[in-house]
Design a protein around this ligand. Structure first.
Ligand code: WQD
Length: 344
């Protein structure tokens, strides 16, 4: 079986490519490298000891997409390609609606024409919005508080409607909670461009003294220590969840949605203190105002993925902070560090 992995050079995409290869599933990566690096694919070849073929191009380029499906035998698609910065989506909503939604429409139309009717979509816990009670369950209503979140809500709906219109389609939406960590090799990992929006990469950049201190966005939430609570999941567990979702997707038609989380809530200060204890690195921080749009608490009900996919997260918070630190230490300047296959 060969899977087209759009955005396969990205943080979650690259870890999923590694998991697919480890399960003897062939891949073809599609990426425009707008927020990733060709170097990642060289490292994936080094880690997997397998070829990682790729095509460079954009999901907004329909002739390019048509050429990919005409020239390659593709059985299924795992669709990561998309912009994902919440703040930027507020400043540039049309950039997000066009790239994420129009790009996905293009992909679905070209897939249908090529009679490839199997897709796993990279969705996000952000679709649970601000009003659902925790733990979040897949059947809860979806909404969003920013254009990025709305693109995920709309794309989930689009994909489900395509499956409802044609029984030949099998589609799966995977709602990620907060992915952190890195492959244990430390050769691939999360590499935000500019100032990190997300907590974990900000912590690791403080740890390598690239940033002076961490700003903790509020300690007056209704949570045990007042700081925001999230469901952090190791990116390797998340990647393995895609393999099991793909296998289910190939076996059963129709549309399915699963939370990929641990089911446990961890506060900002919990994460900081765990990072310090495991890695022996002090993380200076300052409590500042809340970040607009943040919710107090977000964590998953993980029953459905366990019952229907036979999947559950296995790696601990200690594994997550250890592997995040290992990646950052080995790659203080990201992927520019070396031209060979590994970061050694
Ligand atoms: C986690 C916690 C912050 C940074 C976002 C997207 C979501 C998904 C994951 C793409 C919160 C606090 C953060 C900092 C802090 N992205 N924080 N100081 O907001 O839960 O989710 O990223 O799919 O869609 O919404 O993740 O890592 O930004 O924040 O105190 O410098 O850390 O307030 O409580 P979030 P995050």
């Amino acid at each position: 079986m060969r899977v087209l992995v759009t955005g396969g050079a990205g943080y979650i995409g690259s870890h999923t490519v590694l998991a697919l290869l480890a399960n003897d599933i062939d891949v073809l990566v599609l990426d425009n490298f707008s927020n990733s690096y060709p170097q990642v694919l060289k490292r994936l070849e080094h880690l997997s000891e397998k070829k990682v073929p790729y095509v460079e191009g954009d999901i907004l380029d329909v002739p390019f997409l048509e050429k990919v499906f005409a020239e390659h035998e593709i059985d299924a698609v795992i669709h990561f390609a998309g912009f994902k910065a919440v703040g930027e989506s507020v400043e540039k909503p049309l950039k997000y609606y066009n790239n994420n939604i129009t790009g996905t429409i293009n992909l679905l139309e070209v897939m249908a024409k090529a009679n490839v009717k199997n897709i796993v979509f990279s969705s996000s816990a952000t679709v649970y919005g601000m009003t659902n009670p925790v733990p979040f369950k897949e059947e809860m209503p979806t909404s969003a508080t920013n254009p990025y979140g709305y693109t995920k809500v709309v794309i989930e709906r689009m994909i489900n409607d395509v499956a409802a219109s044609d029984p030949e389609w099998t589609v799966t939406n995977l709602r990620y909670f907060n992915p952190i960590g890195a492959d244990k090799s430390g050769d691939i990992g999360e590499l935000p461009s500019g100032i990190p929006n997300n907590l974990m990469p900000y912590i690791t950049q403080v740890a390598i003294k690239k940033r002076d201190h961490l700003s903790v966005f509020g300690d007056d939430y209704d949570t045990p220590d007042g700081t925001g609570v999230r469901d952090y999941i190791h990116v390797v567990d998340l990647a393995n969840g895609h393999v099991q979702a793909l296998e289910k997707n190939m076996a059963e038609k129709g549309s399915k949605t699963y939370n990929l989380g641990t089911g446990k809530g961890v506060s900002v200060l919990d994460l900081v203190h765990t990072f310090e204890a495991v890695n022996g690195v002090k993380i200076p921080y300052e409590i500042v105002d809340r970040r607009p749009g943040d919710i107090a608490t977000c964590y998953a009900d993980v029953t459905k993925a366990k019952e229907e996919l036979g999947w559950e997260a296995e790696l601990s918070l200690e594994d997550m902070v250890r592997d995040s630190w290992n990646w950052q230490q080995k790659n203080p300047n990201g992927y520019e560090d070396s031209s060979d296959g590994s970061s050694n």
